[in-house]
Design a protein around this ligand. Structure first.
Ligand SMILES: [Zn+2]
Length: 186
């Protein structure tokens, strides 16, 4: 049973969901329809779950001395619209109407710069550890709410980061069960 979520279209925010405002956002190009959902996997440090580090990365406040890996990525100005933690709890960083900085150099059906026209959802995880059932349930609930709120989105236009940045990105990885996701959305 997927969780129920609601998007307030006027604000682009998920009702009742923890909000952490990211400075890593800007306006989408004028008149740009949002018609793609991109699923990602992220963990900080890599392979470790929990902790405040994803919030800190997306808010530009990752302490470089807290872990050797952080020095490599500090200063990277990235974000996503939503993160789904291991226990299924969602966090929103960027309103859906704004452009989050999740895709980087990317291409979908011949169109580049996927951030312009996509919504980015991060799942806390790695390429080789199975994602949690609660994460699928939350993802399905959030996606269902998005499909209801934005008619330009479509259940058939949900891709992984690896699909739009092949050779550069591997997330959400083989650990992500697309069939399970599609079944929850059907
Ligand atoms: Zn990614």
């Amino acid at each position: 049973m997927a969780m129920q979520y609601e998007v307030h279209v006027a604000t682009g925010l998920l009702a009742g969901v923890r909000q952490v405002a990211s400075p890593h956002q800007d306006e989408r190009p004028a008149g740009m329809a949002v018609d793609l959902i991109v699923l990602h996997g992220i963990s900080l440090p890599p392979g470790e779950f929990g902790g405040p580090w994803i919030d800190r990365l997306f808010t530009g406040s990752l302490p470089v001395d807290a872990h050797p890996y952080f020095a490599q990525i500090a200063g990277g100005r990235v974000s996503a619209h939503v993160l789904i933690r291991r226990d299924g709890t969602p966090v929103q960083y960027v309103p859906f109407g704004a452009r989050a900085w999740h895709a980087g150099v990317s291409q979908y059906e011949g169109r580049s710069a996927c951030n312009d026209f996509s919504i980015g959802i991060e799942l806390e995880g790695t390429d080789d550890v199975p994602y949690e059932p609660a994460q699928y349930e939350t993802a399905a609930g959030v996606i269902r709410a998005l499909l209801g709120a934005y008619t330009t989105l479509c259940a058939s236009r949900i891709v992984g980061h690896s699909d739009i940045a092949p050779g550069r990105k591997t997330d959400p990885g083989d650990s992500f069960d697309w069939a399970r996701m599609r079944a929850l959305l059907a």
